[in-house]
Design a protein around this ligand. Structure first.
Ligand SMILES: Cc1ncc(C[n+]2csc(CCOP(=O)(O)OP(=O)(O)O)c2C)c(N)n1
Ligand code: SF4
Length: 276
């Protein structure tokens, strides 16, 4: 992390961070900070919200208006903030467990409403903070402390889920590709509506160890190998596809935004707008 970004955006009294050596979450956090820096957003008008998890530690380190909420509830809190103060930029930094397991319903409904919140999911395919239990994104057959013989649940594709639910910007990259990741976050931040960027991250401490993925560097190299474009993915056999993940932009559209629609109702009730 360049010292300039740290000085500008981090609560230096909260450092050093407690992420393990080789954890991908710091890279994802930096990608978000770089995007905010390029946009020149005012920290006082930006609110960053998380649930609980290693990924959800991020807002604690960041010198913005931040909320470290209950596990799975980041989007519920963020929705309240955005409705009360629509002028604020609201960002959710969350884990795959936080957002697609306990918080899965909030994700679906935030996307369906198309509320102007950007969610960045740090997806390390496991519950890092609580010791490596399998999550809804753990690949089929991979191991976790709660799946010692291999996961038999079909994993969620968080991007497909957000898209199907109604999000207006959806993209995926990895922490091996921080530039691409940061550019996607920048586009997501500018989108009026619900946007989601999935950052495939790495947890060498639990997921890597349980699944014999080698060192933290081996895991980063695996991300490089794993990430392919849609066209490359389509040309692979089903067995090969199981080893890879598609990165890129999946959705970029315009749709009515929730707080604006809500304001129209307020205007109507208060007699400032005609009923349609
Ligand atoms: C209501 C509730 N249930 C469970 C927990 C325990 N808990 C804390 S973090 C966590 C999982 C975190 O996993 P994830 O969101 O994937 O983030 P990561 O730590 O992997 O970054 C769980 C189950 C909790 N704090 N609160
Ligand atoms: S347990 Fe995993 S996710 Fe948590 S800080 Fe360590 S490497 Fe990162």
């Amino acid at each position: 992390m360049s010292s300039e970004l740290v000085t500008k955006y981090f609560r230096e009294d909260r450092l050093p961070h407690i992420w393990c050596p080789g954890c991908g979450h710091g890279i994802a956090t930096r990608a978000v900070m770089e995007a905010i820096d390029r946009l020149g957003w005012d920290k006082n008008n930006t609110c960053i919200v998380s649930g609980i998890g290693c990924s959800s530690r991020a807002p604690g380190y960041l010198d913005f208006n931040t909320l470290h909420t209950t596990h799975g509830r980041a989007l519920a809190f963020a929705t309240g903030i955005k409705l009360a103060k629509p002028h604020l930029h609201v960002i959710v930094l969350t884990g795959d467990g936080d957002t697609s397991a306990i918080g899965g319903n909030h994700l679906i409904h935030a996307a369906r409403r198309n509320i102007d919140i950007t969610t960045v999911v740090f997806n390390n395919n496991t519950y890092g903070m609580t010791g490596g239990q399998y999550s809804p994104t753990t690949p089929f057959h991979d191991k976790g402390t709660t799946a010692p013989y291999g996961n038999i649940d079909q994993p969620f594709d968080i991007c497909n889920l957000a898209q199907a639910a109604g999000a207006t910007y959806v993209a995926r990259s990895t922490v091996f590709h921080p530039k691409q990741l940061s550019q996607m976050v920048e586009k997501a931040l500018q989108k009026k509506g619900f946007s989601l960027v999935e950052a495939i991250s790495s947890c060498p401490t639990y997921y890597g160890r349980k699944n014999k993925k080698g060192t933290a560097v081996d895991m980063m190299n695996f991300l490089k190998y794993r990430a392919v474009s849609q066209s490359k993915f389509d040309a692979l056999s089903p067995e090969e596809q199981a080893e890879h993940v598609v990165t890129g932009e999946f959705m970029n559209r315009t749709a009515p935004e929730y707080t604006e629609s809500y304001q129209k109702i307020i205007d109507l009730v208060q007699g400032r707008e005609e009923s349609k």
